[in-house]
Design a protein around this ligand. Sequence first.
Ligand SMILES: Nc1nc2c(ncn2[C@@H]2O[C@H](COP(=O)(O)OP(=O)(O)OP(=O)(O)O)[C@@H](O)[C@H]2O)c(=O)[nH]1
Ligand SMILES: [Mg+2]
Length: 443
Amino acid sequence: MLEFIQEKLGRAMASLSGKGLLTEADVDAALRELRVSLLEADVALPAIKHLMANVRERAVGEAVLRGANPGQLVVKIVYDALVELLGTETPLELKASPPAVILMCGLQGGGKTTTSGKLAKWLQETQKKSVMLASLDVYRPAAIEQLAILADKTGAQSFGHESTDVMVRAKAAMAEAKKRSVDVLILDTAGRLAVDETLMAELVAVRDLVKPTASLLVADGQTGQVAVEVAKAFHDQINLTGLVLTRMDGDARGGAALSMRHVTGVPIVFLGMGEQVGALEPFRPEGLAGRILGQGDVVALVGKLQAAAASEDGSKLEEKMMQGKALDMNDLKKQMLMMKRMGGMSGLMDMLPGMGALKGKIDPSKVDDKVIVRQVAVIDSMTAQERKTPAMLNAKRRIRIAKGCGLSVHDVNKVVKMHEQMNQMTKMMKSGKLAAMMKGMKR
Ligand SMILES: Nc1nc2c(ncn2[C@@H]2O[C@H](COP(=O)(O)OP(=O)(O)OP(=O)(O)O)[C@@H](O)[C@H]2O)c(=O)[nH]1
Ligand SMILES: [Mg+2]
């Protein structure tokens, strides 16, 4: 599908290559194609509309990069918007005085019991938690047995209790988990064919009793639009903390996941990737965005475009430096963002001419993403004038900037210092001293 869009866009915007900027008409043509394909991927209309508006705003006026065609650029913008819409990676919330209680809910056959087993394995193996599995499904014959088998398979503790009263079982499971001092208690509940009042009331009663740390909706990722209504209904009643989409090993493109996330605002936490207990993946927005767009190639494309953007920014900056022009805070910010895009200091070192020699002399861990984000925050709280004329940054202004970004004056001073160093380097470049210095270092 991705190729198809790229090709169509390429054609729709053939006239564009000369202009170098995406116009509103170009973008609209591109978005028409995209809309169809998102509908095919089962993305709900409100989510599509939101996405389209977002993409249009970002894309119009965007410069087409060297080494990329307009179609690719729009796909990249759509991909970024999709990643954003899918939300960040949200770790499962387990902070509670033990036991943390995870309440599993969802429609019949959605994968609650299987996912309970998978979660037990994941929590024990990757989070080093002790886990107890307890079934509150007293309706389906063999449901309790099914969970006990999973406990056995994963080495989780099992909950044997003879009562067929859901509330009695819930209470006893809580007491038992406390007594055995397990870290996490997973409560598997009965499925419902549709959103059913009696069962929903029971689920609410259980929730009020156990006060879960996490309430997860387990939903079949292959169901299309209905999933959205189901998620809404469960969220209204239970106040979900996370979504788990199962059967993502099938050929569903994952549009339902996006829609559910968009409509409820509840983060997706896991994807079920098969029937085996090991088939559970923490959710990654990039992966699913690529899948919704139709193929993994989007990742390679994104990488390529990032490299193109960075080298374009890089060569502009380099040109300015070579000419010995003074660089302002905007240039510094550009340089920092470039660093971030290129995966930190070492990536940038490879790009700037002559910088290879400095490699190994600078500890890249000191220039990690977090540091860069802070430095950019400092520059962002400067006024436009201050960014253009860093010399005007007196003590009073620095205090204001520090307040503005919630960092210390020390942090502001560091950025000002960096800017000075950058300009010293520029002067050295012009005079050829830098090259001489590099030679010296190599020896
Ligand atoms: N392919 C695939 N199958 C899955 C996945 N998760 C669950 N299943 C299968 O879906 C079926 C139903 O799973 P259950 O875990 O029993 O579903 P449930 O929600 O507990 O069902 P009820 O208790 O009847 O409401 C089983 O055959 C599972 O093996 C998944 O991620 N991928
Ligand atoms: Mg079940």
